[in-house]
Design a protein around this ligand. Structure first.
Ligand code: FMN
Length: 205
């Protein structure tokens, strides 16, 4: 598929046909994701493809438990907000496949020579580790479109990051960054409305 078309037709898909996603397809999509740029070309990625339904249910349970333990405030939103968030954080349990992106920390030349911690340097550089992860995930989403799948980037489950890392046996130096749920779309979903270019673009010449 032409890249422009993949970019223009990609949209978040949250309901899937029961058809499994082949392991070879997942592997190729992950390979394409891993070609993304990364700070210092450190390619910190590790990917886990999860298709085990029992494990996915336990992961979703961990996220539900975490959401239920969040303190609510006194606003009018308090009654419904948790149930709304719950769907967007747990629908991955119904996906035929889930890709977990894990990352290790990078080391910059800067932190070797200045009296700042890695975290302080990372903040100073505006989190290039997370920026790298974003490029990688976008590649994965576009590769999914190219393969005829639908996908959705999911950071909401990270509310239960520690519990999910334990279930997925992710250990130091890696930590969990985000999920991408993948499957054949259950129905056609049109791309969502986006702002016109002139609302967000200016030139300084
Ligand atoms: C960093 C990031 C995190 C996201 N996390 C979630 C999530 O946890 N659950 C979810 O349903 N969608 C999630 N999304 C998808 C967005 O809701 C979606 O991209 C947005 O509504 C625009 O829709 P589109 O992807 O169809 O263009 C996430 C997107 C990004 C970029």
């Amino acid at each position: 598929m032409e890249l422009k078309k993949a970019i223009e037709t990609r949209t978040s898909i949250r309901q899937y046909a029961p058809e499994p996603v082949s392991l070879s397809d997942i592997k190729e999509m992950v390979r394409l994701a891993s070609l993304a740029p990364s700070v210092n070309n450190y390619q910190p990625w590790q990917f886990i493809a999860i298709t085990n339904k029992e494990l996915m249910r336990r992961m979703a349970d961990a996220v539900r438990e975490r959401i239920s333990s969040l303190p609510v405030n006194q606003s009018k939103y308090a009654a419904n907000v948790k149930s709304q968030v719950e769907f967007f954080a747990t629908f991955f349990e119904e996906a035929p496949a889930l890709v977990a992106l894990c990352m290790s920390e990078y080391e910059t030349v800067l932190e070797k020579g200045v009296d700042l911690t890695h975290d302080e340097v990372n903040q100073l550089r505006n989190s290039p580790d997370i920026q790298s992860a974003g490029a990688c995930i976008q590649n994965l989403l576009l590769a999914a479109v190219d393969f005829g799948y639908g996908a959705c980037w999911m950071s909401a489950p990270m509310m239960a990051r520690k519990e999910l890392e334990a279930l997925l046996e992710i250990t130091q130096p890696f930590s969990l960054v985000s999920f991408v749920a993948v499957g054949r779309p259950a129905k056609t979903v049109l791309p969502r409305n986006k702002k016109p270019i002139d609302q967000m673009f200016r030139v300084i010449s």
